[in-house]
Design a protein around this ligand. Structure first.
Ligand SMILES: NC(=O)c1ccc[n+]([C@@H]2O[C@H](COP(=O)([O-])OP(=O)(O)OC[C@H]3O[C@@H](n4cnc5c(N)ncnc54)[C@H](O)[C@@H]3O)[C@@H](O)[C@H]2O)c1
Length: 429
């Protein structure tokens, strides 16, 4: 199809916002960034330079941006979780189409309100459920839609969050407290998986949820005797598996998060600066006394209206990270791991004297385009922008495209699961 070049405004020029806006550098004939809204001077100026945005199109906040009445095809709203409701509401009310980061909002009322505003204003709101766009899950969805495995009966999924990632984001980092950032672990990290469960099985509706989980590992009672508040002078620093010095200073796998609070361009921060900062910053704290309050493990069981069921286990802190999926249908099954980029498709075969299955390994590795420095979500970060450009150009054929209507169920399951943990009861969605 012929692609008309789209104009986007970046709202929140942090880590995620730049991942999406970078598509304008990878495919400049398809997307251009025409404005930046960002209160932080360094990030706003960096983004303006990176995407060649004129000074008069850079804004410190949404009000300033709205007053300028800048025309564009959509905005990329990549502000932090707790800002999604206010920013999305203001932008949608002003009539802007929006790519909105997940989690949409932390509760049912706000979610339904945003959905209603999108409908009333006739704006397109697409949620960054990037996993849907990965060649891995997209291919599974196409297989389901084609009827190859029949009607879905059972789904088993898990998410194993790598321990270094867990420590960086959820033990010491900006998502370690539901009170502070508005999202618990399930909402922040695994709303992707709840979305997958509902989207893959969207021939029916989720009905009831049971969930158990707690913060059981990174709690003060588990700290070794004599552990100090900060790791740098702790007697256990050399032996503790979760030492801040080791994971943040030496492994340093998520620098865009760990050192962000220093408010300096990343490439100007030396190892000495980092070591000094770890002496006072939350990133230098004992993992058991980090002030975090979110669960570090949780399971969720979902019953659907048509009798099918799904189960999900989220593990905060595994050696090997990964996501597993096994879907059993009436005619066949799918089983695989996202990280391997391939899955087994088994079709029951009872022809002749057979009562077994034919197995095909579906390998999607060649379809993965991963052009980000860290992560990339199995190609989903790139693919969502590729597909969004086509969607805004009138192509609605992708199975992955997520309007806000499509994303409601996954979030409702999260809210029900969190309520189930708190009340110790099954909760209707
Ligand atoms: N889709 C995914 O897989 C995925 C992965 C990680 C994070 N996320 C989500 O992406 C969102 C952003 O996360 P991040 O790590 O990029 O955060 P970040 O802190 O790096 O970026 C957020 C930016 O928003 C700016 N900001 C604050 N107030 C603003 C306002 N009123 N208007 C405009 N900008 C404002 C901040 O200064 C910051 O630069 C979060 O909601 C997070 O949960 C999604």
């Amino acid at each position: 199809m012929e692609i008309k070049k789209l104009r986007a405004v970046l709202v929140g020029a942090g880590n995620r916002g730049c991942v999406y806006a970078d598509y304008s550098l990878q495919a400049p004939e398809e997307l251009t960034i025409v404005g930046v809204v960002e209160p932080n001077d360094i990030r706003r100026n960096d983004a303006a330079a990176r995407y060649a945005v004129a000074k008069e199109r850079c804004f410190r906040d949404i009000d300033e941006f709205l007053r300028a009445k800048l025309d564009c095809d959509f905005v990329i709203n990549a502000t932090m979780d707790e800002m999604h409701y206010d920013t999305a509401k203001a932008l949608m009310t002003a009539g802007y189409n929006m790519l909105l980061e997940k989690p949409v909002v932390p509760n049912r009322e706000q979610l339904l309100q945003l959905q209603a505003i999108a409908k009333e204003k006739g704006v397109k709101v697409n949620i960054c459920h990037v996993l849907r766009y990965t060649p891995f899950y997209k291919r599974i969805k196409e297989i389901i839609n084609a009827g190859a495995i029949g009607k879905i009966m059972t789904m088993e999924l898990n998410e194993h969050v790598w321990i270094a990632h867990f420590l960086d984001s959820f033990v010491r980092g900006k998502w370690n407290s539901e009170k502070r950032c508005g999202s618990g672990f399930l909402l922040q990290k695994s709303c992707h998986d709840m979305d997958l469960i509902c989207w893959l099985n969207n021939a029916t509706q989720p009905k009831k949820v049971v969930s158990v989980g707690s913060r059981a590992q990174f709690i003060p009672e588990n700290a070794p005797v004599g552990a100090t508040e900060f790791c740098y002078h702790c007697p256990h620093n050399d032996t503790c598996l979760y030492s801040a010095q080791k994971v943040h200073l030496e492994v340093d796998g998520m620098p865009f998060q760990t050192w962000m609070g220093m408010n300096k361009p990343l490439n100007t921060i030396t190892k000495e600066d980092k070591a000094a900062w770890l002496k006072t910053s939350d990133y230098g704290r004992c993992a058991y006394n980090s002030g975090g309050d979110i669960n570090d493990r949780q399971t969720v069981s979902v019953a659907f209206e048509n009798g099918s069921v799904a189960s999900f286990t989220m593990v905060g802190g595994t050696n090997k990270p990964g996501r597993y999926i096994h879907i059993c249908g009436t005619k066949g099954e799918v089983e695989g791991r996202l990280e391997e980029g391939k899955f087994a498709l088994r079709i029951f075969d009872r022809s002749g004297d057979k009562f077994w299955y034919d197995e095909e390994i579906v390998d999607v590795n060649k379809d993965v385009v991963n052009s980000v420095e860290y992560g990339g979500h199995g190609g989903g970060d790139y693919a969502i922008m590729y597909e969004l450009v086509r969607y805004f150009n009138g192509d609605e054929s992708s199975v992955s495209i997520t309007t806000i209507d499509d994303s409601v169920n996954g979030h409702l399951v999260v809210y029900a699961a969190e309520e189930s943990v708190k009340t110790d009861k099954a909760v209707c969605v």
